[in-house]
Design a protein around this ligand. Structure first.
Ligand code: SAH
Length: 259
């Protein structure tokens, strides 16, 4: 297991090392270390809960209103998904490099896209969701909190493996990681209640529309005329596909094939 520096992050207020905090385990906390739990390193306590709660409060202040989304971002420890040198920035609203020239999206963008995916759906969990671009696995873990099943596909072997390593200790039973070209979707898991892309292409591939359930939605960054990307939402009804073009975004490119 990868040992990473523990919290607190920059600017975080951590309880004294001996006080048993909610997220704290291991020596001195009165709580046993569970197999797979992140070990406190060099006596530094692990208490990212407060920092994450502040991140969630900022997202709510910025307009994220769906309690399911706020709950999911509050539940997933983003610092576990970034390289140890970047752990201090894990709860800032910034994208961060995850290797192979790819990035983990900003929390506010993840929250916005997941909220769009859930918009108009009844309370409770969405059904099966397909994510294109697993990257480090963070958004897949977020999605696992709001959907019954998550199929997440990545075209770069190195990142597929990284996501597997990041997710393993979390033991999330409803995330299925796939290595392949997400441009063709994943027909075996179809139909999907939602499809969400973390990489931006010139157009939404036809395969995604075919694999989307009636009543389902696609949320995908898409390159517009002029070269800028915008968030696009596609809603599939029995009769038509409705498209909304929303704000400008900056995602890594959607590429075909595997590497
Ligand atoms: N959701 C990710 C964001 C990763 S960045 C996270 O939380 O970290 C987007 C990812 O999309 C990159 O890893 C890139 O390799 C991947 N990607 C780009 N085109 C793809 C394709 N056709 N199929 C699958 N993954 C693709």
């Amino acid at each position: 297991m990868n040992r990473r520096p523990g919290f607190p992050a920059r600017g975080a207020i951590a309880p004294p090392a001996a006080s048993p905090g909610k997220d704290r385990v291991g020596p001195g906390t009165g709580r046993p270390m569970q197999a797979g739990a992140l070990a406190p390193v060099q006596g530094v306590g692990l208490d990212s809960g407060a920092v994450r709660a502040r991140m969630v409060a900022r997202l709510a202040a910025q307009g994220i209103a769906d309690a399911r989304v706020l709950g999911a971002l509050g539940a997933v420890e983003r610092h576990r998904f970034v390289d140890s040198a970047l752990v201090n920035q894990a709860y800032e609203d910034t994208s961060l490099p995850i290797g192979l020239a790819q990035t983990i999206s900003k929390p506010s963008v993840v929250a916005r896209m997941v909220e769009l995916l859930l918009a108009g759906t009844p309370a409770g969990k969405l059904g099966r969701v397909l994510e294109i671009g697993t990257g480090c696995g963070y958004q897949a873990a977020v999605l696992a909190n709001v959907a019954t099943e998550v199929y997440s596909i990545e075209r770069l072997r190195g990142l597929h493996d990284k996501a597997r390593n990041n997710l393993r200790p979390l033991r999330i039973a409803n995330v299925h990681l796939l290595f392949g070209d997400g441009m063709v979707g994943f027909a075996k898991g179809a139909p999907y209640a939602g499809i969400i892309a973390a990489a931006g292409g010139e157009a939404v591939p036809q395969a995604w529309l075919e694999q989307l359930a009636i009543g389902g939605r696609i949320v995908a960054p898409t390159v517009m005329r002029g070269g800028q990307q915008a968030l696009v939402v596609l809603e599939k009804t029995a009769r038509e596909v409705r498209q909304s073009i929303l704000e400008t975004v900056h995602f890594v490119p959607l590429k075909s094939g595997i590497a």
